[in-house]
Design a binder for this molecule. Structure first.
Ligand SMILES: [Zn+2]
Length: 299
């Protein structure tokens, strides 16, 4: 359950007729740490979902959210495991995934990301007062860590949500952290200045779905309150289908000679009734506008 879901459920309970004390207690006790299987889990807090894996030897973390929630995570994770070897992967450079990096660095986590991430992070943070550390270990195609009987591998598949996204695979647990490559039933942020490619993103999701199997558990950077931040291969392909629909709609509009305004003035596709928007930036018109730019830039 993400934070928004928690707030919604809580206000539902407060306002509604079913404020049973036991249910209230249960809601309060849920999260932000959610164990999944084999020492792996996720943490909601604030920002992009954190993934984690603990053994007696190591703590491996995916994404750092913001300083406050990072500090809450760093102290709370020791309930699950307190191994001395510590790694933090950044799935990409966006602020809601890297702004807690300083807290992790101060706690002796070594930070790993795709080789494009430090520069993208620096470009995106120009003008900010606080300097947030970037990855000190970078890789071109993939990078693996062995931790106990688990192998954790970050893989780069090309431009998609940004120009530096990784998928982090936990091979033994059969879990994959998708960063922002899946916004689960939420209109995604598509960072074209940061290297996004919607067509690349579609290919990536197909490749990842092929590499997964029916038991693979996925952790998503963001999800709406009804569908949450975990899912399976079908949710990855649903995101692929949504992105393909963005392309199809925009190509059809261009072929019919429609203007940008005409192409982008649609608030919901009927095939995707569960998608939610979060302000004008994370909305269907915003998504279509980016796709319009991508498709017309080729001409
Ligand atoms: Zn992002």
């Amino acid at each position: 359950m993400n934070r928004k879901a928690f707030i919604q459920n809580f206000s539902l309970l407060s306002a509604g007729a079913i404020a049973a004390p036991s249910l209230l207690t249960r809601v309060f006790q849920e999260g932000p740490f959610y164990p999944l299987r084999n020492g792996a889990g996720y943490f909601t807090g604030r920002g992009g979902t954190i993934g984690w894996f603990v053994t007696d030897d190591a703590i491996v973390v995916i994404d750092s959210q913001f300083r406050n929630s990072a500090e809450e995570f760093i102290s709370g994770i020791t309930t699950y495991g307190n191994g001395p070897t510590r790694f933090l992967f950044n799935t990409h450079h966006h602020g809601d995934h890297v702004s807690g990096n300083g807290a992790f660095a101060e706690s002796d986590y070594r930070i790993i990301a795709h080789q494009n991430v430090p520069e993208l992070q620096q470009q995106a943070s120009q003008g900010n007062d606080e300097v947030i550390p970037s990855a000190s270990i970078t890789f071109e195609d993939e990078f693996s860590i062995d931790a106990g009987d688990e192998q954790i591998t970050a893989k780069y598949y090309g431009n998609a949500h940004t120009g530096g996204d990784s998928v982090i695979w936990f091979s033994n647990s059969n879990i994959a952290h998708m960063g922002d490559l899946v916004f689960n039933r939420w209109y995604p942020f598509i960072d074209r200045p940061g290297g996004a490619s919607v067509r690349g993103w579609i290919t990536l999701l197909e490749t990842v779905a092929d590499e997964a199997d029916s038991d693979t558990l996925f952790i998503f950077g963001h999800g709406n309150s009804d569908f949450g931040v975990t899912g399976d291969r079908s949710d990855v392909l649903y995101m692929r289908d949504f992105l393909a629909k963005l392309i199809e709609h925009t190509e059809a509009g261009l072929a019919a000679g429609l203007s940008r305004e005409e192409i982008t003035s649609v608030n919901q596709f009927e095939e995707f009734p569960n998608h939610q928007s979060a302000g004008s930036r994370l909305s269907l018109p915003a998504n279509l506008s980016v796709v319009y730019d991508e498709l017309t830039a080729d001409e």
